[in-house]
Every structure is written in C-alpha cells, then in structure tokens.
Design a protein around this ligand. Structure first.
Ligand code: UGA
Length: 432
C-alpha cells in the first residue's frame, strides 16, 4: 500500500521503531538522522538498541526496499508527503522540554517540503508546539499534526502493531484523519482531536500511569507497617475494571526516558499557567520516597552504616527488556548508596564492563554474572525485574557470597527458595 512517501526524522527508540513498523505496513519510509555512523550502521541492518522484534523488521524493510536510512533531514524529506518528527526533547534543566532541536529541524525542512506535505510531531512535545511549528515552517500549504506515541520500551514493536488507540490532533482535521489512515490496517480506534488536546493526551496518559505507580508504592510502604502484603492487596484490586490489572507492581520507583521527564514537563506547564497540581507534585515526591525506602532497607540490612560495605546489585536498567539506563531507579539508588560510602558491584544482562569506565557511573563495578556480583557482598539488592532472577540458582549464590540477606526490590524471588538457600528475604510491601 503506498499513499505517499513517509520521512521519519530522528532514529532513536521512537523514530526507528515507528519507521520500521510503518515500512512493514507497506509504506515507503525514509529515516533521516544526523549521525553518519548511525546511518551507515542502520543501512547495514545493525540496530543499536535492544528492542524485541526490531532487528527483524529493519532487515525486512531494507530487503523489501520499503525502508532506507539517509544522512540529514533535508535529504529525508525530499518528495515526502508525511514527515514524522521523532527528535530528542530533553529536560532543559528547569523541568521543561527543550524544543531547540525540533525547532531547528522545522526551520531547516520548511522551505524543502512538498506542497500538501503534513508534518507530524511524534516526540512528546509541550502543548502549543504544533502551533509554534506551523509558524516556524510558515507555509499555508503544509499542515501540522500531533500524533503522540504510546510505545513502551522492550515491547515497542508489539505496541505499535497492536495499538490501544491512535491519537491524531490538528487544527486541520482532514490532515489529522489522513495521518490516522496510515495506521488504518491496524484496526485501532482513531481519536481525532485538536492539536492541543492531542499534545495533552500524551502528558496526561504518562502522568496518570506514573501516579498509579506512585500510589501503589505508597500503599506498599503502608502495607509493611500494618502487616499487610502488597501482592495480596493488588490481587484484590485488579479485577475491578475501573482499576485494571496493569501498572500495579510495586518497585523501586518508576524511571526511564519518559515518566520522569514528562511528569516534570507537565508540572512546568501547569506552573506556567498558574494551575496548582498537587497530585502531580505528590506523584514525583512519592517516587523519590520509593527509592529512599529501598536504600533504607539496604542500609538496615548491613547494620545501619553503608561505609565500606559492598552491595551487590542485580539489575541496572530502568526495567527489564531494555538496555536503557536513562533515569533508571537502580542507578539513582546506586548514587545514594555510593554517597554513603558503599561499594557497588552490579550484574545486568544488558550492561557490560564498559559502564565501569564510563564517566557517568564510575562508582559501579560491573560483574559478568549475578553470582560474581554477589561474591563477598554484604547484601544483595534485586532492582530490575529481569526474568532470569526469578529462576536464579540461589544455592550457587550462597556458596560465594558474604551475605545472608537479599533485598528484593521487585518482589520477584520465591520466599521459599530464598529461605531454602539460607538467606533472609527483605521484600517490598510485604512481611519479611
Ligand atoms: C512509558 C509509557 O508506558 C508508554 O506508554 C509511553 O509511550 C512511553 O513511556 C513514552 O512516553 O515514550 P516506558 O518509558 O517504556 O513507557 O516504560 P514503562 O513500561 O511505562 O515503565 C516505566 C517505569 O515504571 C519503569 O521503571 C518500570 O519498572 C516501572 N513499573 C511499571 C513498575 O514499577 N511497576 C509496574 O507495574 C509497571
């Protein structure tokens, strides 16, 4: 099916997944990026991120000729009808999304666009961005559409191919519907809105999910004190369809490249409009507390003083199924532990020794397997829910480690298996 060439600008998690998925739907897709090495390596079929099913889709797209990679937005937009902007919108240091890259690209491509082209914002952008870009591009014959993504890292391909909904927003509703048509074969409900509502939908959805997690983590803290069990509590909540069974797992707080940035950006938007949003502030505060509580457990497990103690960390990524370390709760907890003088030895299936050398995390030594990480440690802390930890051979760990205590920050380990191996389990939101 060819309805007009698609250009995707930016080949990060969102751009690359969207480009490869759109190509697999039969569209002609050209992805542009500014990093020559990345373009060369993607053109050779090398996918630089861990994303289930993405390698195969990229290979398939390259082989069919539906997908190609080029250097520069100017080259990518040549002859394109639809231009997706999947560009970084980092925190500007003040909690707001920094739009300078998006703005610069809009300025660059504006004069090069075909008459009738539609520019689509895919990255999460502040409310009002579509309008601003309309002005920057300054073309009567080019429409702006907001089409936020709802892709979870690790399952992004699946999320793209089976979306719960497709949201398109614009002051030009015909253009919005046309963008919606690109996804028609996926059979998802199409939500057509104004550009402002569409931009808000993304922030509202992410902030709501973050709030749900902060709520569960606060209930978990209370459960510990009143003799309850968070897993039993959520089991008794989840069948109420008004609550649902997703995003009810207590953990060391939420992280990643989206929730922290988006909750801060939404708070800044509220602030800019003099709207008090205490629930959002509390969501962020509760998330910090969730991390602090894990640190408290680890400190207590070594007798109250972390100075010179070795903590074995199982898991470093912000969640399982990804190699992404951005705003990972495990790394933030590591920083707090290192700040109190702890020595950190970590194992993560996707993180290799070079992390040690990286200036970002010099305090962590990376081990090649979980048992090596635990060797001689004073406490083990499980922080990322990698499935392999659920089946770990704790008898083997018990032989080499110096500790008899495991802090399970994801409630993954079987209490029976932990006890049988001679360890004391410190769970989250449950009774030890
Ligand atoms: C999130 C949203 O879920 C996507 O819908 C959205 O498109 C994306 O941000 C984005 O804005 O691009 P992602 O950052 O991949 O996706 O991460 P999530 O799977 O939502 O997990 C976020 C954090 O919550 C992780 O640290 C995870 O471990 C934690 N989490 C999640 C829990 O602690 N418990 C749960 O039950 C679920």
């Amino acid at each position: 099916m060819t309805v007009g060439k698609i250009a995707v600008i930016g080949t990060g998690y969102v751009g690359l997944t969207s480009g490869a998925c759109l190509a697999s739907l039969g569209h002609q897709v050209v992805c542009g990026d500014v990093v020559p090495e990345k373009v060369a390596s993607l053109s050779a079929g090398h996918v630089p991120i861990l994303e289930d099913g993405l390698d195969a889709l990229v290979a398939e797209g390259l082989a069919s000729g539906n997908l190609s990679f080029v250097l520069g937005a100017d080259v990518a937009v040549k002859g394109a009808k639809y231009i997706f902007l999947s560009l970084p919108t980092p925190d500007d240091g003040d909690g707001r999304a920094d739009l300078s890259i998006v703005r610069a690209v809009a300025k660059q491509i504006g004069p090069l666009l075909e008459p009738g082209a539609i520019v689509i914002t895919k990255s999460t952008v502040p409310v009002g961005t579509a309008k601003k870009l309309e002005k920057i591009i300054g073309r009567e014959d080019v429409a702006l559409v907001s089409n936020p993504e709802f892709l979870q890292e690790g399952t992004a391909v699946k999320n793209f191919m089976k979306p719960d909904r497709v949201v398109v927003g614009s002051s030009d509703l015909a253009a919005a519907r046309e963008v919606g048509e690109l996804y028609a074969s996926l059979g998802a409900p199409l939500v057509v809105t104004s550009a402002e509502s569409s931009e808000m939908i993304k922030y509202a959805a992410n902030a709501f999910l973050a709030m749900k997690l902060s709520f569960v983590n606060s209930i978990a803290a209370l459960a510990e004190e009143v003799g309850a069990d968070i897993q039993e509590i959520t089991r008794g909540m989840k069948d109420d369809p008004r609550i649902g069974d997703k995003f009810l797992k207590a953990g060391p707080g939420w992280g990643g490249s989206c929730f922290p940035k988006d909750t801060n950006a939404l708070a800044a938007i509220a602030d800019d409009h003099d709207i008090r949003f205490p629930l959002l502030d509390a969501t962020v505060t509760a998330n910090r507390q969730a991390k602090d509580r894990v640190v408290d457990k680890i400190r207590a497990a070594v007798g109250g003083d972390l100075e010179g103690k070795t903590v074995a960390l199982w898991g470093l990524t912000f969640k399982a199924g990804t190699d992404d370390l951005r705003d990972s709760p495990a790394l933030l907890i590591s920083k707090l532990l290192a700040g109190e003088g702890a020595l950190l030895r970590a194992y993560d299936p996707t993180v290799h020794e070079d992390l040690e050398a990286s200036a970002r995390n010099p305090e962590i030594t990376v081990a090649s397997d979980p048992h090596a990480a635990a060797e001689g440690a004073d406490v083990i802390a499980l922080l990322t829910e990698w499935p392999e930890f659920a089946d770990i051979d704790l008898q083997k760990t018990a032989v080499s480690t110096g500790t008899r205590t495991i802090v399970d920050g994801r409630n993954m380990l079987s209490p029976e298996a932990v006890t049988a191996a001679g360890f004391t389990l410190i769970p989250l939101g449950r009774q030890p």
